[in-house]
Design a protein around this ligand. Sequence first.
Ligand code: F0G
Length: 457
Amino acid sequence: MKHRTIIEPFRIKSVEPIGLSTEAERVQQLKEAHYNPFLLRSSDVIIDLMTDSGTGAMSAHQWAGVMEGDEAYAGSRSWERMEQTIQALTGMKHVLPTHQGRAAERIIYGHLGGQGKVFISNTLFDTTRANIEFSGATGIDIPVAEGQDPATDHPFKGNMDTQALRKLLQQHQGHVGAVVLTVTNNSGGGQPVSMANAEEVSAICRETGVLFLLDCCRIAENSWFVKHREAAMQDLSYREIARRMFALADGAVMSAKKDGMVNMGGFLALRDGKLAEACTNLLIITEGFTTYGGLSGRDMEAIATGLQEVFDPHYLNYRIRSTTFLGEKLKAMGVPLMWPIGGHAVYIDAKALYPHIPSHQYPGQALVCELYRLGGIRTVEIGSVMFGTYAEDGSLRPARMELVRLAIPRRVYTQSHIEYVAETFGEIMRSRDQVRGYKIIKEPKFLRHFTAHFEAL
Ligand code: F0G
């Protein structure tokens, strides 16, 4: 018999209680958090879909590795395992361990960047852009047009616009620090990048002598989409697909908190010895010695195992299908969302859900608060709270889209948790006309979404 039900391909050995609350309690908690989910206590949250980064569950094998971790300052056995695992996966000789993705970003973009330099990407993740801009350089995003429309169906909405790439490379000749392909494209909805697109980007970079880097923190999830949506790739394993994509690049930056299946960690992998040497100098100054970077031996042990486990076909199939399961359920209920569903998250189009709330009253923030009030579900606004800026006259320049991200932690929630989220959306749909917007009453100068205070209108 062939089953339709996609079961979690694991059983649960260790559990963590979820505190349940009433709607009245959550109304009070929201008020105390100034209607900003970043200011809620995790112990009050019922289902936490704020991020898939560092929030996954480790396997019994990884936990066993934690006890085996070799904490030597130099030449740790756990480092050898992590280094060999990454070398075998990426085919890159030089591996620099860091405490998370942005530490690797700071090192590589700090070195390659600086005034007058340009970095071109399908879409730079916000910490990547911040590290590039902090060096004095400029980041330019050129996703394909299909990736910018929430409703169009396209198999690879994470792709880079290669025509625009050729133009930009000509325009900025001699000043391009690197071309960066983010797989999957997080800011674009966790949308995949095709092998054909990566090959074309790689060929253009080789022709023009420009460095080509992968931001590979969700490359296993990307490989699932490549295998199932790109006919030429269907006979390769997920791991072979990832290896093939790495083979196209000169280097890779990874936040292991995603497809590394750990709670903390990252790395930078490079082919070129000279570049690696320059980066190693920065590593030692800011992270740690070459054989641990920002990590303990136990972390490195867990990463080595996580990078193997993530390519298990049963795991990847469950991972992508269960994210899609939530998306399909919401779509069937008429919830407007980014389509097709990406690898790690479902993105709701709050502007379409609440057409009566204008951007300057933050429809995404309204949905974030409703999800918490009705279900204790924590999510994140990715719209004008996060990306809006002010014009000279003080009016809001809204973001391009008003989205809310439901990011799914790896191996944490079961199907009934997801059913509960969908049920909550039933009430969201019924009461959508009564929901009102928010105004910001206090905000810092940078990255305001983390700490801003709101008031309900
Ligand atoms: N690149 C991408 C594509 C990411 O999604 C992230 C983190 C990073 C780099 C930075 O890695 O957090 O380990 O320093 N994304 C998290 C998220 C924060 O919620 O999407 P980090």
